[in-house]
Ligand binder design. Structure first.
Ligand SMILES: [Zn+2]
Length: 311
């Protein structure tokens, strides 16, 4: 299978199908770097147990220019209305149809029961690492196994993300937000995430040294932050050029109700609730100013979460 979105394929058995995608946003080079490093690691080990792993790049046109997107945000277009029409006037509408055809028809062959998806991202804020499960139980259990913060109700709140679209088809999927754009730390976190993900779904050997180190790395990162969270507020932007986040916010910084967080159209934007800050926008392009999340105390505990994966 030749395709401009395919970086590398590792095949042991036809199924399960595993898709690891970097560069859905063209300014997030760490995802591609992490994929290259993971490919190198897999080539030099005999750890592949089963399945076929597809390493993909998302927005090829935007990656070439290191821009978040050229015309439209590719990760807001995953809806039937954009996939099933003939409008290719924007670069991303073309990329979307190509990726849909590759992932849904060619790789998964419209059978998603044993298809797994890891979508690699980074953010403009300082510090933090977290993941976002697709809206089904298997994805939630998989997200919990990373031992880093995992956030419910976030994917569903964002219209047109690949994780929501493919999750609704029955795929098991997680978005991994590895760290600040184009930092060595983000790349290392994403490599650790890729190895943990592949081991957790039993596609590579759990016992190899690289996987053990990856799990320790994720656990150490996770210790700095709350664990199980849910979205309570999303500050959507009509025009990101009219929005200015106040300095000093970072992922999982505690915030109080009525605290002034940003300026928009020269008016103060204050927090509607207590909680933790997530993804404050410190870049020009973006459709969300910030999110607020709250901790949930429930059955998910870090020590036990890996056992929950056993279906
Ligand atoms: Zn992204």
């Amino acid at each position: 299978m030749k395709d401009k979105h395919i970086i590398e394929v590792f095949k042991k058995t036809p199924r399960p199908k595993v898709i690891i995608l970097g560069g859905m946003h063209g300014n997030e080079i760490s995802g591609i770097d992490a994929i290259q490093k993971s490919i190198h690691l897999l080539k030099n080990s005999k750890s592949l147990l089963q399945g076929t792993i597809y390493f993909l790049k998302g927005n090829v046109g935007a990656l070439a220019k290191k821009e978040r997107f050229l015309d439209k945000d590719l990760n807001r277009l995953w809806q039937d209305q954009y996939i099933f029409n003939d409008d290719n006037s924007a670069n991303e509408l073309k990329e979307l149809k190509e990726l849909y055809d590759l992932i849904v028809n060619k790789i998964c062959q419209n059978n998603f029961d044993d298809c797994y998806f890891l979508d690699l991202h980074t953010f403009s804020a300082q510090s933090g690492i977290f993941c976002i499960p697709a809206g089904n139980k298997k994805s939630l259990d998989l997200a919990a196994s990373f031992h880093i913060p995992f956030i419910e109700k976030l994917a569903e709140s964002l219209p047109g993300t690949a994780i929501t679209y493919l999750g609704n088809k029955g795929m098991t999927g997680v978005v991994l937000e590895g760290g600040t754009h184009n930092t060595p730390e983000a790349t290392e976190n994403l490599v650790a995430g890729i190895l943990h993900f592949l081991a957790q779904i039993k596609v590579i050997d759990n016992h190899c040294a690289a996987v053990k180190n990856a799990k320790i790395k994720l656990q150490n990162e996770g210790k700095k932050y709350p664990y199980h969270l849910e979205l309570t507020y999303r500050h959507e932007l009509a025009d990101s050029s009219k929005f200015k986040m106040k300095d000093g916010y970072f992922n999982f910084k505690q915030i109080r109700q009525n605290e002034i967080l940003a300026q928009e159209y020269n008016k103060n934007i204050s927090s509607p609730d207590n909680g933790f800050m997530l993804m404050p926008l410190y870049q020009k392009k973006g459709s969300d100013g910030f999110f607020i999340v709250k901790e949930i105390k429930d059955i998910y505990q870090k020590e036990k979460s890996e056992n929950l994966q056993k279906n």
